[in-house]
Design a protein. Structure first.
Length: 501
């Protein structure tokens, strides 16, 4: 399907004039996600003509150098022939060399001069940098006089490695910025399917009566990647799948599935309900952590006919350590929400590297009909696909055409966002960046929400560390260790892909 023509000469009436200051502006996240998202927004007419994008790094680049880097790294991937859109976007870009924590102050003075006279404009500091820089950057920006009442700060994950670390970061940033100015970003919440989950639940009357333990058997939330960790083992050794994916992405999806309908339409109502879900999670610790969680680490295997190395043999700047042997690249968790709506309904969370498929999805499996009169019938399922090919599929039972016996079989009622709405589906960062510029915190995590998630995760990590055992091995190209299948198999259930016809 051809791309729609961009509204190059038109800008949205609700576009917000702002200065967006990106710390780590020449890094991987900025070049791979943030700048492409901003270009798409500009091309679609959603950026105010006066909005500036100011990259901060230690690279010693001029404005022209930075624009040249964006042209070579980003333009070559996105509509290189659209000269008008690129000329407009490149004109927004600036670069300032700043060394946070360094002795020199020249960079801060340069940034101060660049921002002078724009104090009455919204000022967004986007920290596309490691979490240990969050506090120092905020203090330095404050000491330079750059934090105004109209300033906001965006924090990328991971927000610490545990509850104590998250609290420390929150306190350091909170000493400079008010909670209403802090936007803790989780890009999963910007995905079209995630936002459609709220519409699906709360704008359709037929779902709410059956969205509970009376009708739903269980929920599966999966974020599977076929890629490994080449060049990232240093980071992954200190994070692991539980910290990297479950504590933020998967728990956020669980919250949106399990939350109560917000009582009000204001921006805090959704976040209030998400916190209640996290506070209702049944603690998993000690013997229960051993029973209801699975850890795995991929070994050498084959993906799409190509041999790939195991985690310990992935190319990296540093050799594997003892921490490398103990870190999980796969985890599965059986969670429960202890409230009236969900009592007794298991939520299975799963994420892993080097899986045989690249897929993020939510599967809501309903219970069997009370009395099955057709042999071969099965349960209904609602599948929300986050990636790839975002969409929603409801699997229902229908009669197979033909004379003779009635033979039911599952058939999908599918909604593809791209095919149905005949438009490009925006990337998650596009929506979230526009919400930051507008000052809308609905899809961002509040401090109590982050800390509640860590409060549930920490006992699992503590049990694993106390046991001192290594994760179960699984060959690259397989769907995790056998224990992951047993996690569901003990109650007669199976992962979604194992039951597809």
């Amino acid at each position: 399907m051809p791309e729609p023509e961009p509204p190059a000469a038109r800008h949205s009436l609700d576009a917000h004039h702002a200065d967006l200051v990106v710390f780590g502006g020449t890094g991987d996240l900025a070049l791979r996600k943030l700048l492409p998202a901003l270009f798409h927004s500009d091309r679609d007419g959603r950026l105010d003509p006066r909005t500036r994008i100011i990259a901060l790094s230690r690279g010693g680049l001029t404005d022209a150098d930075f624009r040249g880097k964006v042209e070579s790294d980003v333009r070559t991937r996105l509509y290189p022939e659209d000269t008008a859109s690129w000329d407009r976007f490149l004109g927004r870009l600036r670069h300032v060399s700043v060394d946070v924590g360094g002795a020199g102050q020249d960079g801060w003075r340069d940034l101060t001069r660049l921002l002078a006279g724009y104090e009455d404009v919204d000022r967004v500091f986007y920290l596309a940098s490691p979490p240990m820089t969050f506090g120092p950057f905020c203090r330095a920006a404050h000491e330079a006089g750059l934090v105004t009442p109209r300033s906001r700060v965006v924090l990328e994950k991971p927000l610490g490695r545990d509850l104590e670390g998250a609290r420390r970061i929150n306190e350091e940033v909170g000493a400079i910025f008010g909670e209403h100015q802090i936007f803790r970003i989780d890009h999963y919440l910007g995905k079209e399917t995630v936002q459609n989950l709220l519409v699906l639940r709360f704008a359709n009357a037929f779902l709410e009566p059956i969205w509970n333990s009376l009708w739903i058997d269980h929920v599966q939330i999966t974020a599977a990647e076929s890629v490994g960790t080449p060049g990232r083992r240093g980071y992954y050794d200190h994070a692991g799948a539980l910290r990297d994916m479950v504590q933020n992405h998967l728990l956020q999806l669980l919250c949106l599935v399990a939350m109560e309908p917000p009582a009000r339409g204001d921006r805090e109502a959704v976040r209030d309900e998400k916190v209640k879900v996290l506070q209702s999670l049944r603690p998993i610790e000690g013997t229960e952590a051993r029973r209801f969680t699975v850890r795995g680490q991929y070994t050498a295997g084959e993906l799409d006919g190509t041999a790939v190395p195991g985690y310990l043999d992935e190319p990296d700047k540093t050799p594997p350590t003892d921490a490398s042997r103990h870190v999980e690249t796969f985890t599965a968790v059986r969670a429960e929400v202890k409230n009236w709506r969900w009592a007794g309904v298991p939520f299975y969370l799963r994420t892993g590297k080097r899986m045989p498929f690249h897929r993020s999805e939510i599967v809501v499996q309903f219970k069997e009909v009370p009395h099955q009169i057709f042999p071969g019938g099965g349960p209904n399922r609602l599948v929300l696909r986050l990636q790839p090919s975002e969409g929603i599929t409801l699997h229902i039972m229908a009669k197979e055409p033909g004379a003779g016996e009635v033979t039911p079989r599952p058939v999908p009622l599918a909604l593809s966002f791209a095919d149905t709405f005949r438009t490009r589906v925006p990337e998650a960062y596009e929506r979230l960046l526009m919400d930051v510029l507008a000052g809308n915190p609905t899809l961002f995590m509040r401090r109590d929400e982050v800390e509640a998630a860590w409060r549930w995760i920490d006992p699992i990590i503590a049990t694993w560390e106390a046991d001192g055992t290594v994760p179960d091995p699984y060959a690259a190209g397989t769907a995790g260790p056998a224990a992951a299948r047993e996690l569901l198999g003990r109650s007669g259930r199976a992962w979604h892909e194992e039951t597809l016809p």
